[in-house]
Design a protein around this ligand. Structure first.
Ligand SMILES: C[S@@+](CC[C@H](N)C(=O)[O-])C[C@H]1O[C@@H](n2cnc3c(N)ncnc32)[C@H](O)[C@@H]1O
Length: 236
C-alpha cells in the first residue's frame, strides 16, 4: 500500500496499483498531489486472498465466459480501508458520471474506488458494502482503473487551490447546463480564418451575448438531451 497525506483522500482498490498515479501524477493533478491538496492510496486486492494460489476471481455461477471477482476477497480489502467515505464501483452499468456528482464528491472527504477486471465483481459485494456504481460512458473498458483515473481527474481539478483561474471552471461545459462557447487566440487571422469580430470589439456585453448564443447553438446541435434539460430547468 502506498500513501501520501493530504485533503481529499482517494483510496483505489485494484489489481494493478502500478497504474497509479499515472496521468494523475503530472500537470494540475500531479502538482496538487505533491502539494498535499489530495492524497492517493492504492490497495492491492490480491493481498487480501487467503488461499495458496492467491485467487481473486472464479468462474461465473450459471456458467458462461469469463471470470468474476470474488466477494469475500473484495470485502476484506474494502473493510480494511472503509471509514465512511463514499464507496464507488467503476462500472459500465452505473449511473453516468455528471459534473454535478463530481462537484459533490470534490466537496466531500474523499472516496474509496473499486476497479473491476474480468466480467466484473460478485453482485453481493456491491449490495453488502453499499457501493455506488459509476459509469464514465457507454462503452466497455478492460478495467476500472482508467475509469477511476478519469473520475479522480475530474474531482481533483475542483479542489480548492488546484485550478488557477476559478472563472474558467465556472463557464466550462456542463457547469451551466450548456456546452461551452468556442475559444480563439492570436493571431487574428490563421489560414484565412478570422477570429469573430465581436471578440476583438472590447464590448464585454456583446462578447457575453455572443458566447451565450454560441453555447446555446452548440448544445442544441450536439446534445439535444442537455438542451431539453436546460430548457426544462429554465421553465421551473
Ligand atoms: C470488461 S469490464 C466488465 C464489463 C461487464 N461484463 C459488463 O458487460 O457490464 C471490466 C471492468 O472494467 C470497468 N469498466 C468497464 N467499462 C466501464 C465504464 N464504461 N465505466 C466505468 N467502469 C468501467 C469495470 O470496473 C468493470 O468491472
Amino acid at each position: 500500500m502506498t500513501t501520501v497525506d493530504g485533503g481529499f483522500r482517494a483510496t483505489v482498490l485494484t489489481l494493478y496499483p502500478e497504474m497509479f498515479p499515472g496521468p494523475l501524477g503530472v500537470s494540475l493533478a500531479g502538482k496538487a498531489l505533491q502539494d498535499g491538496a489530495w492524497s492517493l492510496e492504492t490497495v492491492q486486492i490480491r493481498d487480501f486472498t487467503t488461499d495458496k494460489h492467491r485467487m481473486v476471481d472464479d468462474t461465473p455461477a450459471g456458467g458462461g465466459a469469463g471470470m468474476v471477482m470474488k466477494a469475500d476477497v473484495l470485502a476484506r480489502a474494502v473493510d480494511h480501508v472503509a471509514d465512511g467515505r463514499p464507496k464507488l464501483y467503476m462500472s459500465p452499468r452505473g449511473k453516468p458520471l455528471t459534473q454535478a456528482r463530481v462537484r459533490e464528491l470534490a466537496a466531500g472527504p474523499g472516496a474509496i474506488m473499486l476497479c473491476g477486471r474480468f466480467e466484473g465483481v460478485d453482485e453481493r459485494l456491491i449490495e453488502a458494502r453499499n457501493f455506488e456504481e459509476i459509469s464514465i460512458g457507454d462503452y466497455i473498458l478492460s478495467g476500472g482503473e482508467t475509469a477511476a483515473i478519469v473520475v479522480l481527474d475530474a474531482i481533483v481539478r475542483l479542489l480548492p487551490g488546484v485550478m488557477g483561474n476559478v472563472m474558467s471552471g465556472e463557464t466550462e461545459s456542463f457547469e451551466t447546463g450548456l456546452l461551452e462557447h468556442p475559444h480563439y487566440t492570436k493571431p487574428q487571422e490563421w489560414e484565412g480564418r478570422r477570429i469573430p469580430d465581436v471578440l476583438l470589439s472590447g464590448n464585454h456585453g456583446a462578447i457575453d451575448k455572443w458566447r451565450r448564443s454560441e453555447a446555446e447553438r452548440l448544445t442544441k446541435e450536439r446534445r439535444p438531451d442537455l438542451w431539453e434539460a436546460h430548457r426544462a430547468s429554465l421553465k421551473k
